[in-house]
Design a protein around this ligand. Sequence first.
Ligand SMILES: [Zn+2]
Length: 321
Amino acid sequence: MKKYNIGIDLGGTKVLCALVEKETNKILFLVKKKTKKEKGNKKVFSKLTEAIDELFEISKIDKNEISSIGIAIAGQVDRENGILINACNLQCKNLNLKKQIEEIYNIKTYIANDVEAATIAELLLGAAKGYKNTLCVFVGTGIGSCLVIDGKIYHGATGLAGELGHVIVDLNGRSCNCGAVGCLEAYASRSAIESRIQGAIKKGRNSIITEFCDSQNISTKHIKKSLDAHDEVVSQYVNEAIEYLSGGLASAINFFNPELVVLGGGLIQGINEIYLKTIRLTKNKALSTVSNKTEFKKAQLEDYSGVVGASLIEEYRLCKK
Ligand SMILES: [Zn+2]
């Protein structure tokens, strides 16, 4: 039996490419490359093969020992045909990744959306293991989510089910990246918190966060440090985001009645008090008959859920067929 898989996490700023041992799901070798400047099909594809080639070089693994290559992408994908349909932050469109990668390496290749890959990782190895009906929500730059029904990821009619980030929470609200108005993502993501803090600083309010960073580059770490220092501005906008997030989650729970809600993503993983308060408020806001029976857990795969999840796409797709 082939002992290894390659898992690749292709994001807007970096590509992570890992050799994962199938039996243990351990990452044995990892290659990291920046994709900040490489945009468009051609450049992104050559960055990807560069990373795979380097992984073969450093690990000295024979191609015949690799069972599959799995690629998780922040964008819209055609799972069946292995085509990257659209990834805005990579400026890629209609890229036939499966066909091109298989032609070069002669290894079976699978692709998935990044949220789907992270959910596969939680489902097979992490917090959602053993549960049938789960809602996974990842809060970071945006809000991604995935529904698991009867142990299987539910994709909907055109593969887009589970877009909790684009549930409308304010009819006359803020503009969202998707083009709509009032989406949850525009209120409860890290980017939303960031722009609220920036707006307050522009208006002349003082915040300790300006001592930690340039206000144009606010990260989860800076938000955490400011919360720890009881900064009024940062606390206000983090609390505002939690109110919206818990409202969105309560609606999703009322609608879907899952056994389990898994919360992950940079903002949840990085700041435990956001995680805890979100759960508390969600339980208060949801119908008690529903929320009393809902468990909450933090995602367990953390930073490498993308590569590990990608390495598991083959196993997931074969066993859920
Ligand atoms: Zn939206």
